[in-house]
Design a protein around this ligand. Structure first.
Ligand code: SAH
Ligand code: SF4
Length: 354
Protein backbone atom coordinates (compact mmCIF):
# COMPACT_ATOMS: atom_id res chain seq x y z
CA UNK A 1 0.00 0.00 0.00
CA UNK A 2 1.19 3.43 -0.84
CA UNK A 3 -0.97 5.38 1.53
CA UNK A 4 0.65 6.36 4.78
CA UNK A 5 4.12 6.41 3.23
CA UNK A 6 6.50 8.62 5.15
CA UNK A 7 9.91 9.95 4.27
CA UNK A 8 11.48 7.32 6.48
CA UNK A 9 10.12 4.48 4.40
CA UNK A 10 12.25 2.90 1.73
CA UNK A 11 11.32 4.62 -1.54
CA UNK A 12 8.92 2.59 -3.64
CA UNK A 13 10.11 1.46 -7.06
CA UNK A 14 7.74 3.21 -9.42
CA UNK A 15 7.58 0.19 -11.79
CA UNK A 16 6.10 -1.82 -8.92
CA UNK A 17 2.87 0.14 -9.32
CA UNK A 18 0.11 -1.05 -11.57
CA UNK A 19 -2.22 1.50 -13.12
CA UNK A 20 -4.72 1.49 -10.30
CA UNK A 21 -2.02 1.95 -7.64
CA UNK A 22 -0.63 4.87 -9.58
CA UNK A 23 -4.09 6.39 -9.85
CA UNK A 24 -4.56 5.96 -6.11
CA UNK A 25 -1.33 7.86 -5.51
CA UNK A 26 -2.35 10.68 -7.87
CA UNK A 27 -5.74 11.05 -6.19
CA UNK A 28 -4.18 10.93 -2.72
CA UNK A 29 -1.95 13.80 -3.85
CA UNK A 30 -5.12 15.77 -4.61
CA UNK A 31 -4.50 15.70 -8.36
CA UNK A 32 -6.90 14.98 -11.21
CA UNK A 33 -7.15 11.49 -12.63
CA UNK A 34 -5.55 12.30 -15.98
CA UNK A 35 -2.21 12.95 -14.28
CA UNK A 36 -1.93 9.20 -13.71
CA UNK A 37 -2.23 8.69 -17.47
CA UNK A 38 0.52 11.23 -18.09
CA UNK A 39 2.86 9.53 -15.63
CA UNK A 40 2.09 6.10 -17.10
CA UNK A 41 2.87 7.38 -20.59
CA UNK A 42 6.04 9.05 -19.40
CA UNK A 43 7.25 5.80 -17.84
CA UNK A 44 6.25 3.30 -20.47
CA UNK A 45 6.07 5.22 -23.75
CA UNK A 46 8.69 7.91 -23.29
CA UNK A 47 10.80 5.63 -21.08
CA UNK A 48 11.63 8.50 -18.72
CA UNK A 49 13.69 7.39 -15.75
CA UNK A 50 13.77 10.42 -13.48
CA UNK A 51 11.12 12.68 -12.01
CA UNK A 52 12.75 15.77 -13.60
CA UNK A 53 11.81 14.54 -17.03
CA UNK A 54 8.11 14.80 -16.23
CA UNK A 55 7.86 18.45 -17.24
CA UNK A 56 4.24 17.79 -18.27
CA UNK A 57 3.40 17.73 -14.55
CA UNK A 58 3.05 20.74 -12.27
CA UNK A 59 6.21 21.27 -10.25
CA UNK A 60 4.79 20.27 -6.84
CA UNK A 61 3.59 16.95 -8.26
CA UNK A 62 6.94 16.35 -9.93
CA UNK A 63 8.63 16.98 -6.60
CA UNK A 64 6.31 14.60 -4.83
CA UNK A 65 7.04 12.01 -7.52
CA UNK A 66 10.76 12.39 -6.79
CA UNK A 67 10.15 12.17 -3.07
CA UNK A 68 7.90 9.13 -3.00
CA UNK A 69 9.48 6.97 -5.66
CA UNK A 70 12.73 5.64 -6.99
CA UNK A 71 13.05 5.18 -10.74
CA UNK A 72 15.72 2.53 -10.57
CA UNK A 73 16.29 -0.55 -8.44
CA UNK A 74 18.91 -1.95 -10.79
CA UNK A 75 22.47 -0.74 -10.63
CA UNK A 76 24.36 -1.98 -13.71
CA UNK A 77 27.61 -3.70 -12.77
CA UNK A 78 29.70 -5.58 -15.27
CA UNK A 79 28.61 -5.28 -18.87
CA UNK A 80 29.97 -7.80 -21.33
CA UNK A 81 29.70 -7.76 -25.10
CA UNK A 82 30.32 -10.86 -27.19
CA UNK A 83 33.11 -10.66 -29.75
CA UNK A 84 30.56 -10.25 -32.55
CA UNK A 85 28.81 -7.47 -30.56
CA UNK A 86 25.49 -9.23 -31.01
CA UNK A 87 25.05 -10.33 -27.42
CA UNK A 88 25.23 -7.99 -24.43
CA UNK A 89 25.03 -9.23 -20.90
CA UNK A 90 24.53 -6.94 -17.94
CA UNK A 91 24.97 -7.82 -14.30
CA UNK A 92 22.67 -5.73 -12.12
CA UNK A 93 23.01 -5.11 -8.39
CA UNK A 94 19.73 -4.92 -6.50
CA UNK A 95 19.36 -2.49 -3.57
CA UNK A 96 20.05 -5.35 -1.12
CA UNK A 97 23.29 -6.26 -2.92
CA UNK A 98 21.96 -9.36 -4.62
CA UNK A 99 22.97 -9.77 -8.25
CA UNK A 100 20.87 -10.68 -11.27
CA UNK A 101 21.56 -10.76 -14.99
CA UNK A 102 19.78 -9.83 -18.18
CA UNK A 103 20.98 -10.51 -21.71
CA UNK A 104 20.22 -8.83 -25.03
CA UNK A 105 20.55 -10.98 -28.15
CA UNK A 106 20.45 -9.29 -31.53
CA UNK A 107 19.29 -11.29 -34.51
CA UNK A 108 18.52 -10.09 -38.03
CA UNK A 109 15.09 -8.75 -37.32
CA UNK A 110 14.69 -9.47 -33.64
CA UNK A 111 16.06 -8.14 -30.40
CA UNK A 112 15.39 -10.73 -27.73
CA UNK A 113 15.89 -10.12 -24.03
CA UNK A 114 16.57 -12.91 -21.61
CA UNK A 115 15.56 -11.63 -18.17
CA UNK A 116 15.60 -12.90 -14.59
CA UNK A 117 12.64 -13.61 -12.32
CA UNK A 118 14.53 -14.35 -9.10
CA UNK A 119 17.95 -13.75 -7.56
CA UNK A 120 19.30 -17.30 -7.48
CA UNK A 121 16.98 -20.28 -7.74
CA UNK A 122 15.62 -22.88 -5.34
CA UNK A 123 15.26 -25.69 -7.88
CA UNK A 124 18.83 -26.97 -7.70
CA UNK A 125 19.27 -28.30 -11.24
CA UNK A 126 22.83 -29.66 -11.06
CA UNK A 127 24.02 -28.34 -14.43
CA UNK A 128 22.81 -24.78 -13.87
CA UNK A 129 24.99 -21.98 -12.47
CA UNK A 130 21.95 -20.29 -10.93
CA UNK A 131 20.81 -23.53 -9.32
CA UNK A 132 24.30 -24.01 -7.92
CA UNK A 133 24.12 -20.70 -6.04
CA UNK A 134 20.79 -21.45 -4.34
CA UNK A 135 17.80 -19.21 -3.74
CA UNK A 136 18.28 -15.59 -2.71
CA UNK A 137 14.89 -13.97 -3.23
CA UNK A 138 12.02 -13.27 -5.59
CA UNK A 139 12.21 -10.18 -7.76
CA UNK A 140 9.34 -7.72 -7.48
CA UNK A 141 7.25 -7.11 -10.58
CA UNK A 142 8.95 -3.71 -10.93
CA UNK A 143 12.42 -5.28 -10.82
CA UNK A 144 11.39 -7.61 -13.63
CA UNK A 145 9.88 -4.73 -15.63
CA UNK A 146 12.96 -2.54 -15.16
CA UNK A 147 15.23 -5.10 -16.87
CA UNK A 148 13.14 -4.66 -20.01
CA UNK A 149 13.03 -0.87 -19.74
CA UNK A 150 16.81 -0.74 -19.32
CA UNK A 151 17.42 -2.44 -22.66
CA UNK A 152 14.48 -0.67 -24.31
CA UNK A 153 16.18 2.66 -23.53
CA UNK A 154 19.50 1.40 -24.89
CA UNK A 155 17.88 0.16 -28.12
CA UNK A 156 15.78 3.29 -28.55
CA UNK A 157 18.98 5.32 -28.76
CA UNK A 158 19.78 3.24 -31.87
CA UNK A 159 16.26 3.61 -33.26
CA UNK A 160 15.42 0.00 -32.35
CA UNK A 161 13.06 -1.71 -29.94
CA UNK A 162 12.71 -4.92 -27.94
CA UNK A 163 10.87 -7.53 -30.03
CA UNK A 164 10.85 -10.54 -27.67
CA UNK A 165 11.30 -11.27 -23.98
CA UNK A 166 12.14 -14.70 -22.60
CA UNK A 167 12.09 -15.51 -18.89
CA UNK A 168 15.15 -17.71 -19.11
CA UNK A 169 17.59 -15.73 -17.01
CA UNK A 170 18.08 -16.42 -13.33
CA UNK A 171 15.30 -18.05 -11.37
CA UNK A 172 12.20 -20.14 -11.84
CA UNK A 173 9.38 -17.89 -13.12
CA UNK A 174 6.61 -20.20 -11.87
CA UNK A 175 8.12 -20.04 -8.38
CA UNK A 176 7.45 -16.28 -8.51
CA UNK A 177 4.21 -16.58 -10.43
CA UNK A 178 2.28 -13.48 -9.32
CA UNK A 179 5.13 -11.03 -9.81
CA UNK A 180 6.07 -12.46 -13.21
CA UNK A 181 2.48 -12.19 -14.47
CA UNK A 182 2.11 -8.69 -13.03
CA UNK A 183 5.30 -7.65 -14.86
CA UNK A 184 4.04 -9.08 -18.15
CA UNK A 185 0.65 -7.39 -17.65
CA UNK A 186 2.37 -4.06 -17.02
CA UNK A 187 4.46 -4.36 -20.18
CA UNK A 188 1.42 -5.52 -22.20
CA UNK A 189 -0.61 -2.39 -21.58
CA UNK A 190 -1.60 -0.76 -24.90
CA UNK A 191 -1.51 2.68 -23.28
CA UNK A 192 1.99 2.04 -22.00
CA UNK A 193 4.83 -0.18 -23.21
CA UNK A 194 2.40 -2.08 -25.44
CA UNK A 195 4.34 -5.29 -25.87
CA UNK A 196 1.99 -8.12 -26.90
CA UNK A 197 1.71 -11.26 -24.77
CA UNK A 198 2.78 -13.43 -27.72
CA UNK A 199 6.19 -11.81 -27.58
CA UNK A 200 6.86 -13.26 -24.13
CA UNK A 201 8.06 -16.77 -23.36
CA UNK A 202 8.10 -18.28 -19.90
CA UNK A 203 10.46 -21.17 -19.35
CA UNK A 204 9.72 -23.45 -16.41
CA UNK A 205 11.51 -26.33 -14.77
CA UNK A 206 8.11 -28.05 -14.70
CA UNK A 207 6.05 -26.98 -11.67
CA UNK A 208 2.91 -28.91 -12.58
CA UNK A 209 0.30 -27.01 -10.49
CA UNK A 210 1.53 -23.73 -11.96
CA UNK A 211 1.38 -25.10 -15.51
CA UNK A 212 -2.27 -25.96 -14.83
CA UNK A 213 -2.96 -22.50 -13.39
CA UNK A 214 -1.23 -20.88 -16.36
CA UNK A 215 -3.29 -22.99 -18.80
CA UNK A 216 -6.53 -21.99 -17.09
CA UNK A 217 -5.66 -18.32 -17.51
CA UNK A 218 -5.46 -18.83 -21.29
CA UNK A 219 -2.78 -16.25 -21.75
CA UNK A 220 -1.10 -15.82 -25.11
CA UNK A 221 2.32 -15.95 -23.49
CA UNK A 222 4.45 -18.80 -24.87
CA UNK A 223 5.33 -21.72 -22.62
CA UNK A 224 8.65 -23.59 -22.61
CA UNK A 225 9.39 -26.61 -20.43
CA UNK A 226 12.92 -27.58 -19.46
CA UNK A 227 12.82 -31.33 -19.94
CA UNK A 228 16.42 -32.51 -20.47
CA UNK A 229 15.68 -36.20 -19.84
CA UNK A 230 12.99 -38.69 -20.82
CA UNK A 231 13.42 -41.11 -17.92
CA UNK A 232 12.60 -40.30 -14.31
CA UNK A 233 15.82 -41.62 -12.85
CA UNK A 234 18.00 -39.50 -15.10
CA UNK A 235 15.80 -36.42 -14.86
CA UNK A 236 15.65 -36.63 -11.06
CA UNK A 237 19.43 -36.78 -10.88
CA UNK A 238 19.72 -33.68 -13.08
CA UNK A 239 16.66 -31.83 -11.82
CA UNK A 240 15.56 -32.60 -8.23
CA UNK A 241 12.10 -31.13 -8.93
CA UNK A 242 11.38 -34.27 -10.93
CA UNK A 243 10.99 -36.22 -7.68
CA UNK A 244 7.97 -34.10 -6.90
CA UNK A 245 6.59 -33.78 -10.44
CA UNK A 246 7.73 -36.80 -12.44
CA UNK A 247 7.80 -36.91 -16.22
CA UNK A 248 4.42 -38.55 -16.83
CA UNK A 249 2.64 -35.98 -14.69
CA UNK A 250 4.54 -33.17 -16.36
CA UNK A 251 3.73 -34.33 -19.88
CA UNK A 252 0.10 -34.88 -18.89
CA UNK A 253 -0.07 -31.25 -17.70
CA UNK A 254 1.46 -30.17 -21.02
CA UNK A 255 -1.16 -32.15 -22.94
CA UNK A 256 -3.87 -30.42 -20.93
CA UNK A 257 -2.24 -27.05 -21.61
CA UNK A 258 -2.34 -27.67 -25.37
CA UNK A 259 -5.94 -28.85 -25.16
CA UNK A 260 -7.10 -25.84 -23.18
CA UNK A 261 -5.15 -23.14 -25.01
CA UNK A 262 -4.62 -24.61 -28.47
CA UNK A 263 -1.04 -23.40 -28.13
CA UNK A 264 2.17 -25.28 -28.82
CA UNK A 265 4.58 -26.15 -26.02
CA UNK A 266 8.33 -25.80 -26.44
CA UNK A 267 10.63 -28.31 -24.77
CA UNK A 268 14.16 -27.30 -23.87
CA UNK A 269 16.81 -29.99 -23.99
CA UNK A 270 20.40 -29.20 -23.01
CA UNK A 271 22.54 -31.92 -24.58
CA UNK A 272 25.10 -33.28 -22.13
CA UNK A 273 27.80 -35.47 -23.64
CA UNK A 274 27.26 -39.14 -22.81
CA UNK A 275 24.35 -38.34 -20.50
CA UNK A 276 21.17 -37.46 -22.39
CA UNK A 277 22.43 -37.28 -25.97
CA UNK A 278 22.16 -40.93 -27.01
CA UNK A 279 20.02 -42.31 -29.82
CA UNK A 280 18.09 -44.36 -27.26
CA UNK A 281 17.26 -41.25 -25.26
CA UNK A 282 16.16 -39.45 -28.43
CA UNK A 283 13.82 -42.36 -29.18
CA UNK A 284 12.39 -42.24 -25.68
CA UNK A 285 11.83 -38.52 -26.05
CA UNK A 286 10.10 -39.02 -29.40
CA UNK A 287 7.79 -41.63 -27.84
CA UNK A 288 7.03 -39.36 -24.91
CA UNK A 289 6.04 -36.41 -27.08
CA UNK A 290 4.13 -38.38 -29.70
CA UNK A 291 0.94 -36.62 -30.75
CA UNK A 292 1.64 -33.52 -28.67
CA UNK A 293 1.60 -30.10 -30.34
CA UNK A 294 5.17 -29.15 -29.52
CA UNK A 295 8.62 -28.12 -30.59
CA UNK A 296 11.97 -29.20 -29.18
CA UNK A 297 14.94 -26.85 -28.77
CA UNK A 298 18.25 -28.67 -28.62
CA UNK A 299 21.12 -26.76 -27.02
CA UNK A 300 24.54 -28.21 -26.21
CA UNK A 301 25.16 -27.77 -22.47
CA UNK A 302 27.12 -24.72 -21.42
CA UNK A 303 29.69 -26.10 -18.94
CA UNK A 304 29.51 -24.65 -15.41
CA UNK A 305 31.95 -24.60 -12.48
CA UNK A 306 30.23 -27.12 -10.24
CA UNK A 307 29.11 -29.68 -12.78
CA UNK A 308 31.45 -31.98 -14.65
CA UNK A 309 29.19 -32.49 -17.69
CA UNK A 310 30.19 -31.11 -21.09
CA UNK A 311 28.18 -30.04 -24.11
CA UNK A 312 27.62 -32.67 -26.79
CA UNK A 313 29.68 -32.44 -29.95
CA UNK A 314 27.97 -31.22 -33.10
CA UNK A 315 27.56 -34.65 -34.70
CA UNK A 316 25.80 -35.99 -31.59
CA UNK A 317 23.45 -33.03 -31.59
CA UNK A 318 22.65 -33.64 -35.23
CA UNK A 319 22.09 -37.36 -34.76
CA UNK A 320 19.76 -36.63 -31.85
CA UNK A 321 17.83 -34.08 -33.92
CA UNK A 322 17.64 -36.59 -36.78
CA UNK A 323 15.82 -39.15 -34.61
CA UNK A 324 13.24 -36.56 -33.58
CA UNK A 325 12.74 -35.39 -37.14
CA UNK A 326 12.18 -38.89 -38.44
CA UNK A 327 9.60 -39.38 -35.69
CA UNK A 328 7.80 -36.24 -36.87
CA UNK A 329 8.75 -34.13 -33.86
CA UNK A 330 9.82 -30.64 -34.89
CA UNK A 331 13.22 -29.81 -33.45
CA UNK A 332 15.65 -26.93 -33.79
CA UNK A 333 19.33 -26.97 -32.94
CA UNK A 334 20.33 -23.80 -31.14
CA UNK A 335 23.96 -23.04 -30.67
CA UNK A 336 24.29 -20.98 -27.51
CA UNK A 337 24.68 -17.28 -28.02
CA UNK A 338 27.40 -15.38 -26.24
CA UNK A 339 29.48 -18.36 -25.12
CA UNK A 340 32.52 -16.09 -24.92
CA UNK A 341 30.82 -13.85 -22.38
CA UNK A 342 29.32 -16.62 -20.23
CA UNK A 343 25.83 -15.70 -21.30
CA UNK A 344 24.60 -18.97 -19.81
CA UNK A 345 22.09 -18.70 -17.03
CA UNK A 346 23.63 -17.36 -13.80
CA UNK A 347 27.25 -17.59 -14.84
CA UNK A 348 28.14 -13.94 -14.49
CA UNK A 349 26.44 -13.56 -11.11
CA UNK A 350 28.32 -16.62 -9.87
CA UNK A 351 31.57 -14.92 -10.77
CA UNK A 352 30.55 -11.68 -9.05
CA UNK A 353 29.63 -13.53 -5.88
CA UNK A 354 26.11 -12.08 -5.92
N1 SAH B 1 14.10 -21.79 -14.38
C1 SAH B 1 13.60 -21.82 -15.70
C2 SAH B 1 14.13 -20.69 -16.55
C3 SAH B 1 15.57 -20.29 -16.39
S1 SAH B 1 16.76 -21.42 -16.97
C4 SAH B 1 13.88 -23.14 -16.34
O1 SAH B 1 14.64 -23.92 -15.78
O2 SAH B 1 13.30 -23.42 -17.38
C5 SAH B 1 16.64 -21.24 -18.74
C6 SAH B 1 17.05 -22.46 -19.52
O3 SAH B 1 18.47 -22.64 -19.46
C7 SAH B 1 16.44 -23.75 -19.00
O4 SAH B 1 15.97 -24.52 -20.10
C8 SAH B 1 17.60 -24.41 -18.30
O5 SAH B 1 17.40 -25.78 -18.19
C9 SAH B 1 18.73 -24.01 -19.21
N2 SAH B 1 20.08 -24.13 -18.63
C10 SAH B 1 20.46 -23.92 -17.37
N3 SAH B 1 21.78 -24.12 -17.23
C11 SAH B 1 22.24 -24.48 -18.45
C12 SAH B 1 23.53 -24.84 -18.96
N4 SAH B 1 24.59 -24.85 -18.17
N5 SAH B 1 23.62 -25.15 -20.26
C13 SAH B 1 22.52 -25.14 -21.07
N6 SAH B 1 21.30 -24.81 -20.66
C14 SAH B 1 21.14 -24.49 -19.36
FE1 SF4 C 1 16.50 -22.85 -11.55
FE2 SF4 C 1 16.01 -23.08 -14.18
FE3 SF4 C 1 18.51 -23.17 -13.22
FE4 SF4 C 1 16.86 -25.18 -12.75
S1 SF4 C 1 17.63 -24.53 -14.75
S2 SF4 C 1 18.21 -24.24 -11.25
S3 SF4 C 1 14.95 -24.12 -12.50
S4 SF4 C 1 17.16 -21.45 -13.15
Amino acid sequence: MLTGMTKNDKPVLIYDLDKSALLEWVLAAGQPKYRAGQIWQGLYQNLWDSAEEFTVLPKPLREKLAEDFTFSALQPGRILNSADQETTKTLFWLPDQKAIEAVLMRYDRRRTLCISSQAGCAMGCVFCATGQMGFKRNLSSGEIVEQVLYYARMLRDEGLDVTNVVLMGMGEPFHNYANVMAAIDRLNDPEGFNMGARRFTISTVGLVPMIRKFAAEKRQVNLAISLHAAEDERRSALMPVNRKYPIDELIQACREYVEITGRRVTFEWALIAGENDTIDEARRLAALLKGLLCHVNLIPLNPTQKYAGQGSPRERVEAFAGVLERAGIPATIRMRRGMDIQAGCGQLATEAGG
